[in-house]
Ligand binder design. Structure first.
Ligand code: IPE
Ligand code: IPE
Ligand code: MG
Length: 247
């Protein structure tokens, strides 16, 4: 399959990688097997996104609510992230991929935190794709941390409460400096955001696909980009067609 037309490629694609457990369950396998297969999809989609000319790819890997899962599964997910960074960092760096991590770092184990910081540091000058890993990420938690940081500045007299605007809030989010997602894809047929990029998703195109994440392929990713190119984004204004009709 050839890469889709570059002109209408979204600058930022964010993906809720869902369905690893059900994928495994349908095969009579443990959830761990599904998560492991999910890492292969991560590799495939990172390459596909870079080839298509996407500049930012954000992957939801562990939510601030996923702590509600059994400890063994949490350990599996943390172990897989560690193994992924260890094994793939050199190759990603070779592909000129920049890594950024969003989410609350305070609660992370020091070994994982060290690895994530190392990945960000090693790749910070890379210019092809920015791979954003949302780990221990939850939108409400992110917004609460941003608001607390603004409130601290007000408290010490650095900032007037009346000066706070939406750009100032955006600049304190974990995604500061990144463009908002143009397209958010969720796999596995679930149609909800599950606390993912709530602020940033204000004008994102949402796409829900039935395939489980381990089955999500380069072809399905490109098909999503083709569907995105057909969407009419208006940002509260009028489409070109509506403007033409008016005149
Ligand atoms: C997505 O798959 C991976 C994470 C949430 C970390 P799930 O583990 O949610 O799989 P399902 O939804 O139970 O099938
Ligand atoms: C969202 O999936 C989180 C990630 C993909 C990391 P969940 O499987 O945790 O979401 P819910 O619980 O079905 O809403
Ligand atoms: Mg799920």
């Amino acid at each position: 399959m050839t890469t889709p037309d570059r002109q209408s490629i979204p600058e930022h694609v964010a993906i809720i990688m869902d369905g690893n457990g059900r994928w495994a369950n349908e095969r009579g396998q443990s959830r761990t097997v599904g998560h492991r297969k999910g890492v292969e999809s991560v590799r495939t989609i990172v390459r596909a996104a870079a080839d298509a000319g996407v500049k930012y790819l954000t992957l939801f890997a562990f939510s601030s609510e996923n702590w509600r899962r059994p400890e063994a599964e949490i350990n599996d997910l943390f172990g897989l992230l560690k193994a992924f960074i260890r094994r793939d960092l050199a190759e990603l760096h070779g592909q000129n991929v920049r890594i950024r991590v969003i989410g609350d770092r305070v609660a992370l184990r020091s070994d994982i935190l060290q690895l994530l910081l190392e990945a960000e540091e090693t790749t910070k000058h890379n210019t092809a794709l920015t791979l954003v890993i949302a780990f221990n990420y939850g939108s409400r938690d992110e917004i609460a941390r941003a608001v607390a940081s603004l409130a601290r500045d007000v408290e010490i007299g650095l900032l007037k409460a009346s000066a706070i605007d939406s750009q100032m809030i955006a600049d304190r989010l974990d995604t500061a400096g990144m463009p908002d997602p143009d397209l958010i894809i969720r796999t596995s047929g679930e149609e909800r955001l599950s606390n993912f990029l709530l602020w940033q998703a204000a004008y994102a195109e949402l796409m829900f696909v039935p395939e489980y994440w381990p089955d999500f392929s380069r072809e399905l990713f490109f098909a999503a980009l083709e569907r995105y190119a057909m969407r009419s984004r208006r940002f509260g204004g009028l489409s070109a067609a509506a403007v033409a009709m008016r005149s």
